[in-house]
Design a protein around this ligand. Structure first.
Ligand SMILES: [Zn+2]
Length: 120
């Protein structure tokens, strides 16, 4: 099987986009919000209560997750209800992450570049 330069470029572009996607997932609070929204729709105030996060933190991350297309909202009265836009794919990614963590013995948590201690 041969690969043209063109298809190499296409793969490189996809990986750059994938890096953006993983960057979107690279925050503990965003992951907690995403995982919790998989349980069902929530208002901002409910997310702050259920996750014990500050409202400013939740609002900031929801705006980011909406920009990324990972979370959607619909107006209900004066509030907005937030939900995961693509629950199946998001669940698959979180499950795959868990499997990879198991397979690697959670080595990433010890990484000096982006392990648990690297963030201070
Ligand atoms: Zn909840």
């Amino acid at each position: 099987m041969t690969m043209t330069a063109e298809s190499h470029d296409a793969v490189a572009t996809d990986l750059a986009a994938a890096a953006c996607l993983f960057h979107g997932f690279s925050d503990g609070s965003r992951l907690r919000i995403l995982q919790h929204l998989l349980l069902g729709e929530h208002r901002v105030v409910e997310l702050t209560e259920h996750l014990g996060l500050a409202q400013s933190t939740v609002s900031k991350h929801l705006a980011c997750l909406k920009d990324c297309g990972l979370v959607s909202s619909r107006p209900v009265g004066r509030a907005s209800l937030f939900s995961v836009t693509h629950p199946e794919s998001t669940t698959q990614l979180l499950v795959a992450a868990e499997q990879l963590l198991e397979a690697t013995g959670y080595a990433v948590t010890l990484c000096s570049n982006h392990g648990l201690d690297a963030h201070g």
